[in-house]
Design a protein around this ligand. Structure first.
Ligand code: ADP
Length: 484
């Protein structure tokens, strides 16, 4: 019998996505299948998810799951097994998965995702006949309570299973007031410093971290950084105390979706051998954004518009970028103050800076295909995917040296250039000086014959497919279950 893993996540492509977590949870089952491991994904029944299990078999019905009627329904996520927690009282809502249409977090998020965790723990405990799981893998705070329920209130008669808690972003911890504790249906013993209690309230991510056999983050550098207060955001002590039980595994990219040789979204497909064809995508992108056409470097940005992503500092450098012959096409959504600043910069530099506000998957492909370089000035970045797409699409990443950005881009310093291994530009600290310095360096490299193409080729040849990450998760699962 293959190892059977229950992956618990609030998002997974192609059904529901707000960030990189969805890409990972969506790709894991396929990557692990290659390793002979069967992954079943549990998702909340958001409207877009319910559409995929319309005719699915009902595996279990709850009269009341933390106060709402609920069902577990079987479906498919690609070729892999999917189970959806259909609880309309919790999940049949407009807006984003976590916030109302006005952008305010739903007041009952604690109950929605506690219920999700409870259902996961029940499944892992053998609630549904014929569905057996050897390990539970929880992603982020929305799934973390699964591990707390497994530890403190497992289904009666169930056998304990090992667990993995993956932190995709320490900034989101699912922290609630102490008054919710009584609504969780946990025994009093769970209210302790090594349980769900966190700084006087209830910490969902913290509870998952305390209860997991192993904690992982999505890059080795981020796994080290979260030991420090600046990145650990209050949980650094807990991370330190778990010592070797904290690991870092870099995310892969879905090479079926993100392959410039076959991408249906882009004007002209290309490979490392036909790199010159990429120019057609640049022309198309210039036209689409109303930028003046030209041979000078075209920078792109695809991101959430937030402080984490360093977008306030990007705003400060735009005049410099446009002044030295750069052009920028930006796609993003988020902070209204940043949106306003971007629109103002586009007005100041018509033809040189253009922005699209919104979320547009297909356009994000066209930007990687048409851009010369992608700017990723994140203050912290657990893994980051956009720089990986950049590498694959010969859109050279210019990145802050932090988290997964540090682990996946090889800076074009003299040694790396001489050795012929560089793939991008890194800079230290997210400031006006550091970012303008990196942009200047990138433009010099762009105009150095041979250098830029070397960066592009090296990036395209680097393997960030799920093969490596899948093998790393498989090894971890086997270690924890004591199987070969
Ligand atoms: P995070 O998960 O912190 O937002 P990542 O780089 O790990 O950052 O993942 C972001 C994902 O979301 C990438 O797949 C990126 O292409 C995509 N993305 C972000 N903003 C947009 C947008 N406005 N339109 C389309 N795709 C976007």
């Amino acid at each position: 019998m293959p190892l059977s893993v229950l992956s618990v996540a609030s998002e997974a492509v192609p059904l529901v996505k707000t960030g990189g977590l969805a890409d990972v949870a969506g790709a894991l089952p396929g990557a692990l299948a290659q390793q002979g491991i069967a992954v079943t994904t549990l998702l909340p029944g958001f409207p877009s998810v319910m559409a995929a299990v319309k005719r699915g078999k009902v595996l279990h019905s709850y009269d009341s799951l933390l106060g709402e009627p609920a069902r577990l329904i079987a479906g498919k996520l690609g070729d892999a097994a999917l189970i959806v927690l259909d609880a309309p009282g919790f999940f049949a809502r407009g807006g984003s998965p976590y916030a109302d249409p006005g952008g305010k977090d739903w007041a009952d998020n604690w109950r929605r995702f506690a219920a999700f965790g409870r259902a996961a723990a029940d499944l892992a405990g053998g609630l549904v006949k014929g569905r057996r799981f050897d390990l539970v893998h929880a992603h982020d705070w929305q799934a973390a309570m699964a591990l707390a329920y497994l530890r403190f209130a497992p289904l009666a008669g169930s056998t304990p299973v090992p667990s993995v808690m993956t932190i995709h972003n320490m900034a989101f911890q699912g922290y609630f007031g102490a008054e919710i504790f009584s609504g969780l249906g946990l025994p009093r013993a769970a209210w302790s410093i090594d349980g769900v209690e966190s700084y006087g309230g209830v910490g969902f991510l913290k509870a998952g971290m305390e209860s997991a056999s192993v904690i992982t983050t999505v890059s080795p550098t981020y796994a080290r950084e979260v030991r420090e207060a600046e990145f650990g955001m209050g949980l650094e002590g807990l991370i330190q105390s778990r010592g070797e039980r904290v690991r870092g595994i870099v995310n892969g990219i879905d090479t079926g979706e993100w392959n410039p040789a076959s991408d249906p979204h882009i004007a002209q497909t290309f490979t490392v051998r036909t790199l010159a064809k990429k120019a057609a995508n640049k022309r198309a992108l210039e036209a689409e954004f109303g930028l003046e056409p030209g041979d000078g470097p075209l920078f792109v940005v695809v991101t959430r518009l937030t402080w984490q992503k360093g977008m306030d500092v990007l705003l400060e450098v735009l005049d410099h970028l446009a002044g030295i012959g750069g052009r920028l096409a930006l796609l993003g959504s988020g902070d209204p103050a940043i949106v306003e600043g971007l629109h103002a910069a586009a007005v100041r530099h018509p033809g040189r800076i253009a922005v699209r506000i919104g979320y547009d998957e297909a356009l994000s492909h066209r930007m990687q295909a048409g851009g010369d370089a992608i700017l990723v000035p994140s203050r912290f970045e657990p893994c980051g995917l956009t720089q990986l797409y950049g590498l694959a699409y010969a859109c050279v990443p210019i990145v802050a040296r932090t988290g997964g950005l540090a682990d996946t881009v090889i800076d074009a310093n003299l040694a790396a250039l001489n050795a012929g291994v560089a793939t991008g530009v890194q800079f230290t600290g997210v400031s006006y000086g550091a970012l303008t310095g990196a942009i200047d360096r990138a433009i010099r490299l762009y105009h150095t014959p041979g250098a830029w193409q070397m960066l592009q080729r090296n990036g395209m040849k680097a393997d960030f497919s799920w093969n490596n990450s899948g093998a790393a998760y498989a090894a971890l699962y086997r270690e924890l279950t004591g199987t070969q």
